[in-house]
Design a protein around this ligand. Structure first.
Ligand code: ZN
Length: 286
């Protein structure tokens, strides 16, 4: 009896002593998606995913990079979008390299992204592989991501950029499921200058820091997910304006060491919808 009391007391002390689980790490440790109908819950940077689908590690016109991270899950609309883009790339002899999507149940990540939480975000490398060239597992894990801009010169790097990458961006932007695409301001500025009269697709290209060795595609909330929280609508116009020029100039100034980027003082932990606690604990959303 005394032993039992001591054991319970010890267990209690141990339980109380355990530090609270770090949200990002906990979600990252879940290795399987939940079954059931697909549901996006919450916002891109504070959400989760039930009934996710896994993108095959390779298919027609695409291959998944860094597969050991287990971030190749998404809402079926994201899988269908990537497979369609892959087919379009294969038709012109190329193969896109897919970076991070979401974890099996979405949620915050221990490293690398503020968003990618709800199964509607994907990073696609600017580097592409020839259609017939399938990368080895080792290559998918180790090939470096290389920027396609020469930031100190404030322009694209002509040895890494090609008009075919503009075509890939347009193919992605023309898909109606795509809500916006994040690229470095220098890339957006260059595409603004090279486009002719057909400029409506440029509206979806949104300037953001980084995003010079990959572009980030964000899909709109799918019709089957009433708990999905949409982002504010895009501003009107093609976004080829003074603000963009200012931002591109700032990227160059920072690369030259003449300015420092103003960072937010602290990154706040995202507050996830309560439904996500059930998803994390293994209860599919009905
Ligand atoms: Zn991203």
């Amino acid at each position: 009896m005394a032993m039992t009391t001591i054991t319970i007391a010890l267990l209690l002390i141990l339980t109380l002593w355990l530090p609270p689980a770090l949200a990002g790490n906990t979600w990252g440790e879940v290795d399987a998606a939940l079954p059931g109908r697909p549901q996006v819950i919450g916002f891109y940077s504070a959400g989760c995913l039930s009934g996710a689908t896994m993108l095959p590690l390779q298919g027609e016109g695409f291959q998944v990079m860094r597969p050991s991270r287990n971030r190749f899950y998404g809402h079926p609309s994201l899988i269908a979008f990537l497979q369609a883009l892959g087919r379009q790339e294969a038709a012109r002899g190329e193969r896109i390299l897919i970076g991070d999507m979401a974890q099996p149940r979405g949620g915050p990540m221990a490293f690398g992204h503020g968003s990618h939480q709800s199964g509607l975000d994907v990073d696609i490398w600017f580097a592409q592989a020839p259609r017939g060239q399938i990368l080895s597992f080792r290559e998918t894990e180790t090939l470096p991501m290389l920027p396609v801009i020469d930031a100190t010169a404030g322009r694209l790097n002509p040895t890494r950029w090609s008009p075919r990458l503009r075509d890939t961006l347009k193919l992605a932007a023309d898909n109606p499921v795509v809500e916006r695409i994040f690229v470095n301001p220098i890339i957006k500025q260059a595409v603004c200058h090279s486009e002719g009269a057909e400029r409506t697709w440029l509206r979806k290209l949104r300037p953001w820091w980084g995003h010079d060795e990959h572009f980030h595609v964000r899909l709109r909330c799918p019709a089957d997910s009433p708990l999905c929280e949409p982002q504010k609508p895009l501003p009107p116009g093609d976004g080829c304006d003074e603000d963009l020029d200012r931002w591109a100039w700032e990227v160059q100034q920072i690369a030259l060491g003449l300015r420092t980027r103003q960072m937010p003082l602290e990154r706040r932990e995202p507050v996830l919808p309560t439904t996500c606690a059930a998803v994390l604990n293994g209860y599919p959303v009905q």
